[in-house]
Design a protein around this ligand. Structure first.
Ligand code: ZN
Length: 539
């Protein structure tokens, strides 16, 4: 009897040992990866406002993480949809296919967004608008590879105010992507992911979280009132217009992120989970006030405090030793043209509507004298989308049509142009700029011409914008926090495509299908010979 007890005890002891070895092997993998992408957060902000940051927010990356100060997108498509697709796929538009937020669809004869999908419906709002999905993505993402490597055990989520930011980050196999109904601020999704909202999302919406941010005063660090989020009499405005551009909307996003982590039990499953958070409010504000305004400064300093409180939540929920964090942005921003012009820098606000009229006039005179036609259907400065039928009626093929539109763009002051046909052939000069435009090509959409804008010009009559190959649009932060990263400031060349490739390498999984980034080895702990470790397996 005694020996039986001893044998059972011994057996239990060995079982415990085995479970320990499983656990310790698995500890080398994080429970959760959190990717924070701040919409329109320029690469210089971290240094510019460093002395105003408190503990535990941006300084978690700056003081205790690996911070790459020279990270630039190596393409010209510095917009939200391409930026998020690039970060998560480790590829540029010529790999992932997303070259703009929206484009002219020659079949549907209307402008479509990068994620709009007529085969889906929105979930969580009664609307006749089509739903959204990643159906235009031509490459898979880090989340997809994590799913493949764990046979679906990893859980992948993405949230943002904007659908494109959430959907393109969640990839094809994401368990959920959530964004807001711009009118009410309610969190919604599409039938691509599920047919109804999970109970916790429904509860969150029913609690009217969005409304508590209405009629609030946004104050800067010195208590000065900057703006109020109240409805103006007689003006129809929803959550997006009223609150979307204030730090309150980032609070709203972090509230939702906390609920998501708690309710979906992220970080407590058998594999590494992934959450991408796109902070959209910084972009909505930045377009209006520009990067050099006191409001943007207040926004960045508030974002710092919000991050600190969110990281503190992660610490309490999971422990920061079990989490890998990364910070980046989808693009930068040009200075407000009047602000640059005051310093004698040639800068201008241009009107897209006016430019399109001029281009169509120029083309009509050249292509069909005496017959005015709309050859350019949409101008998303500096990209022109062509009406193939109008050119066909004038018996002009794609090659010539696009060259004509390029010349029309030069006539209104653009610096150069690349046609779709030319980019499809890979026919660009062997220069840094040539490579940027090769990376900007996508076979999606119809005929188009990418104009090269003059620096410091934006295609809106007021405010500022981003969509150029220049540093103010391409320079973004890229910073990591977590056990594998050697803390420090890294001034070596880095690109947003390196993020997914570095994480894939650390996780021991394949990088996404079209990834072209490099593993940022200089920021990793000195290499060691480790015993073989399978994803979630034993030694
Ligand atoms: Zn923007």
């Amino acid at each position: 009897m005694k020996s039986l007890l001893r044998r059972v005890a011994l057996g239990l002891f060995f079982l415990w040992l085995v479970s320990l070895s499983f656990a310790s092997a698995y500890n080398a993998r994080p429970k959760l990866i959190v990717i924070i992408v701040i919409d329109q957060f320029r690469g210089d902000y971290l240094e510019r406002y460093r002395d105003q940051f408190g503990e535990g927010g941006f300084r978690l990356f700056l003081d205790h993480g690996a911070n790459f100060t020279d990270c630039n997108y190596n393409y010209a498509n510095t917009r939200t949809a391409p930026g998020h697709a690039t970060l998560l796929s480790g590829a540029y538009s010529n790999g992932h296919g997303i070259m703009a937020n929206e484009w002219w669809d020659p079949q549907k004869k209307r402008v479509v967004t990068s994620v709009q999908d007529d085969g889906t419906k929105l979930v969580g709002v009664s609307s006749s608008a089509p739903g959204s999905s990643p159906h235009n993505l031509l490459a898979d993402t880090l989340g997809d590879e994590l799913k493949l490597a764990t046979q679906g055990k990893a859980r992948v989520f993405a949230i943002a105010l904007k659908d494109r930011a959430a959907i393109l980050s969640a990839g094809f196999s994401g368990d959920g992507a959530y964004w807001i109904d711009s009118k009410t601020g309610a969190w919604i999704t599409s039938t691509y992911y599920r047919s109804d909202l999970p109970k916790w999302v429904q509860d969150f919406n029913d609690n009217k979280h969005a409304e508590k941010y209405l009629s609030q005063q946004w104050k800067d660090g010195n208590g000065n009132a900057l703006r109020k989020t109240a409805r103006r009499p007689g003006k129809e405005a929803g959550f997006y217009e009223l609150i979307g551009w204030t730090p309150l909307a980032n609070d709203y996003e972090f509230d939702f992120a906390r609920e998501l982590i708690a309710n979906e039990k992220l970080g407590s499953g058998p594999a590494t989970d992934l959450l991408a958070i796109g902070l959209s409010p910084n972009d909505i504000l930045g377009h209006e006030v520009g990067p050099d305004s006191p409001q943007m400064q207040a926004m960045v300093v508030t974002t710092d405090r919000q991050l600190a409180s969110f990281f503190d939540f992660l610490k309490r929920q999971l422990g920061l030793a079990s989490v890998w964090l990364t910070l980046s942005a989808d693009h930068g921003i040009a200075p407000l043209p009047p602000v640059a012009a005051k310093l004698h820098i040639p800068a201008a606000n241009l009107s897209t509507a006016q430019m399109r009229t001029q281009i169509n006039q120029w083309l009509s005179d050249k292509v069909s004298p005496g017959h005015a036609a709309e050859y350019v259907k949409s101008l998303d400065y500096p990209i022109a989308w062509l009406d193939q039928e109008a050119f066909a009626a004038a018996k002009i093929n794609e090659e010539d049509a696009e060259r004509n539109v390029g010349e029309a763009l030069l006539s209104i002051g653009l610096r150069g142009y690349y046609t779709r046909a030319q980019l499809a052939r890979g026919d660009v000069p062997n220069t840094e700029v040539g490579l940027q435009y090769l990376h900007s090509y996508s076979p999606g959409g119809g005929w188009y011409v990418m104009g090269v804008p003059a620096p410091f010009t934006v295609g809106i009559p007021e405010g500022t914008d981003h969509t150029s190959p220049y540093i103010y649009d391409t320079h973004v932060p890229l910073a990591f926090y977590g056990l594998p990263f050697q803390p420090g400031t890294y001034r070596t060349h880095a690109e947003p495509v390196d993020l997914a490739v570095t994480f894939a390498s650390l996780l021991g999984i394949n990088p996404p299908t079209h990834a072209v980034g490099r593993v940022l080895t200089e920021a990793l702990e000195a290499p060691q010979h480790e015993p073989h470790r399978a994803m979630g397996g034993s030694r």
